[in-house]
Design a protein around this ligand. Structure first.
Ligand code: NAP
Ligand code: ZN
Length: 366
């Protein structure tokens, strides 16, 4: 047995964890930049808690709240300039995956005079500023991953960068911050967490430790299926989904994602479909495609969710996502070609050709 397990993020989980452990921030310096979107930080209550802790610890701060969904390289460039101008010593990301990923890019750009496209080279002369991550969705697990996923218009897709230095130093996971999410966002992000756990569990790079984390994440999603279906969430569901999301983040930090993510980015880039929902469209077909190569594992993950087979999985996820947008033959060929260029495609347990991806896209819209 051989594996490496590396999880440098100190994660605090539970209601009130920011206020209870706010002194953690004192060690990072006397000036912070808060990176967030237009509403999540305020709506969730996270911003109030963070501001009160910063004030208590005599830390000055500035707020950059221009992060859009699926952040662009231009936005993180602007955020990097704002951090530099403010003299920020550390970055606090508050929000869903979009602001958390943007915070990582801002942490690099604040101290490295490079163009955003150079982020993807993963080599930075200066160590990024320390990052504190506070999720307000339960899906991406970005608070415990080194990845920052940015939209690249030059190659019409989303691409990630990340090094060991872009793991957040500290993550605060308070399930109450996820209560203000619209139901749609709760459902889509939960599917994203499920896809991290499943793709990581089945991927070529899975390890004994990541498998245990992934199965627990999948089980927790399974325990919330009724609530996801009815779109009514108890505080237990909120905690379980946030925990499943964190586990999924720890999993993909070791395994990466595979073709569900690679192929899903096209629905997001070209059709504006939210990230988790895009993954949801593809997951059942992904399981069917890999079944002959990972029969035991797929049977186990379905059993852990309390499901009897891939068809039942398909029906359930479809009930959450609805049908995908119809793609023309030209679109299918283009999306498959773009997915083939994603690094993550090589991590799939079964070797993937462009024709396989075309079939998956076709089957999805049956
Ligand atoms: P998101 O794009 O961060 O947020 C979706 C929407 O939900 C935004 O409008 C956001 O508001 C709103 N929202 C978030 N939390 C809320 C709350 N508590 N109350 C009210 N509204 C709230 O969604 P996401 O699915 O979490 O993140 C998706 C991004 O993460 C994608 O770019 C994806 O590629 C990336 N991702 C990263 C990783 C990783 O490892 N780093 C893994 C998977 C996915 P605002 O407008 O205020 O933001
Ligand atoms: Zn994802």
């Amino acid at each position: 047995m051989q594996f490496k397990f590396h999880m440098p993020t100190k994660a605090y989980f539970g209601e009130g964890c920011v206020i209870q452990n706010g002194s953690e921030l004192a060690g990072f310096g006397d000036k912070a930049i808060i990176v967030t979107g237009g509403k999540s930080a305020r709506a969730s209550g996270a911003l109030d808690d963070v501001c009160s802790v910063l004030t208590q610890n005599h830390i000055d701060f500035t707020i950059f709240d221009k992060v859009e969904n699926n952040p662009s390289t231009n936005t993180v460039k602007e955020g990097g300039n704002a951090a530099r101008q403010a003299g920020a010593r550390f970055v606090i990301g508050i929000g869903g995956g979009s602001p958390l990923d943007a915070a990582k890019a801002v942490a690099v750009l604040a101290v490295n005079d490079i163009e955003p496209l150079q982020l993807f080279e993963n080599k930075f002369a200066n160590k990024p500023l320390p990052i504190v991550a506070i999720p307000t969705t339960a899906g991406t697990g970005s608070e415990v991953t080194p990845y920052s996923i940015l939209t690249r218009n030059d190659i019409k897709t989303k691409v990630s960068f990340g090094t060991p230095d872009t793991f957040p130093a500290v993550a605060f996971l308070d399930p109450r911050y996820t209560e203000s999410q619209p139901a749609e966002v709760t459902v889509n992000t939960a599917i994203d967490a499920l896809s991290h756990n499943i793709e990581g569990y089945l991927g070529k790079r899975s390890t004994p430790v990541s498998e245990i984390l992934a199965l627990e994440g999948i089980r927790l999603f399974g325990s919330c299926m009724e609530s996801l279906h009815s779109r009514k969430f108890s505080s237990q569901d909120r905690a379980d989904l946030l925990y499943a999301s964190m586990l999924g983040g720890m999993v993909i930090s070791h395994t990466g994602t595979t073709i569900v993510h690679g192929a899903g980015y096209n629905y997001t880039y070209f059709k504006g479909v939210p990230h988790g929902k895009a993954n949801g469209y593809l997951m059942a077909e992904y399981l069917r495609f890999n079944y002959g190569h990972a029969r035991e594992k797929i049977d186990r993950l379905l059993a852990v969710m309390g499901l009897t087979g891939i068809d039942e999985f398909d029906t359930f996820i479809l009930s959450l996502t609805g049908k995908p947008p119809r793609l023309s033959d030209e679109e299918i060929a283009e999306y498959a070609a773009i997915t083939m260029k994603q690094r993550s495609t090589a991590s799939n347990i079964r070797t993937v050709q462009a024709a396989d991806l075309e079939n998956i896209y076709r089957n999805v819209q049956r």
